[in-house]
Design a protein around this ligand. Structure first.
Ligand code: HEC
Length: 190
């Protein structure tokens, strides 16, 4: 209700310098793609930049990524970001081959997660949905999703960035965490 309608694409384009008081008009409701920290991407820290990256008072866990995957199989993946004073939270996750190409498919387990392609439609990111940013428990943001392994026999790397946010509705005062994981193809059956 208090959301300001800018009504001008020009304003949005010029706001891309983070020095502008309005900062960039991307948010919990419209997360920009490609901020996982992998493959030369920036992280959420581009805008949520007050605090150091990976501050020791919090933690980020990416669980369920199999050490080795079977093509076509589904794996349950859980993301947990925790920190005292966390009120809201968010994440963005990619699964890519070392070539950079998208690897496999993300399936949200519920409406707290969404799978969103980048502008070029090349990489699909799993991330918190607009309704999935509230803390699942005090001090903790948790999301679950499934990943269908690709029909390939190449190593897959996961890149994750998450925000342990203070809930002030701004990009200020938040803590950003990053994590990675790798999954290699199971030995091909004879
Ligand atoms: C291009 C700038 C930008 C990037 C990059 C960005 N955000 Fe934000 N984010 C914002 C702004 C601006 C807000 C506050 C306005 C709003 O929510 O509409 C915000 C708000 C949030 C909030 C709510 C904060 C609070 O305290 O209430 C969460 C959670 C969040 N972002 C998660 C993320 C995550 C996770 C990433 C990285 C994967 C990310 N953001 C990357 C600009 C950005």
């Amino acid at each position: 209700m208090s959301r300001v309608s800018l009504g001008s694409a020009g304003v949005l384009a010029t706001a891309v310098t983070c020095a502008a008081p309005l900062v960039v008009f991307a948010s919990v409701t419209s997360l920009v793609p490609a901020r996982t920290g992998g493959f030369g991407e920036m992280t959420c820290h581009q805008c949520h930049s007050n605090n150091p990256l990976n501050d020791l008072a919090g933690r980020l866990a990416l669980t369920g990524v199999p050490d080795s995957y079977t093509p076509g199989q589904r794996y349950l993946i859980t993301v947990v970001v925790a920190r005292p004073q966390l009120v809201r939270a968010g994440f963005q996750l990619s699964a890519r081959f070392e070539s950079g190409d998208n690897a496999g498919t993300f399936h949200p387990s519920d409406d707290r997660v969404e799978a969103v392609p980048d502008d070029a439609g090349r990489i699909t990111y799993a991330q918190h949905s607009p309704t999935g940013a509230d803390a699942a428990a005090p001090g903790e943001g948790t999301w679950t999703l499934e990943w269908t392994a690709p029909p390939a026999t190449l190593q897959v790397v996961f890149h994750l960035a998450a925000n342990a946010a203070n809930g002030d509705g701004l990009s200020r005062g938040d803590f950003i965490y990053t994590a990675t994981a790798a999954s290699r193809p199971a030995a091909a059956p004879r």
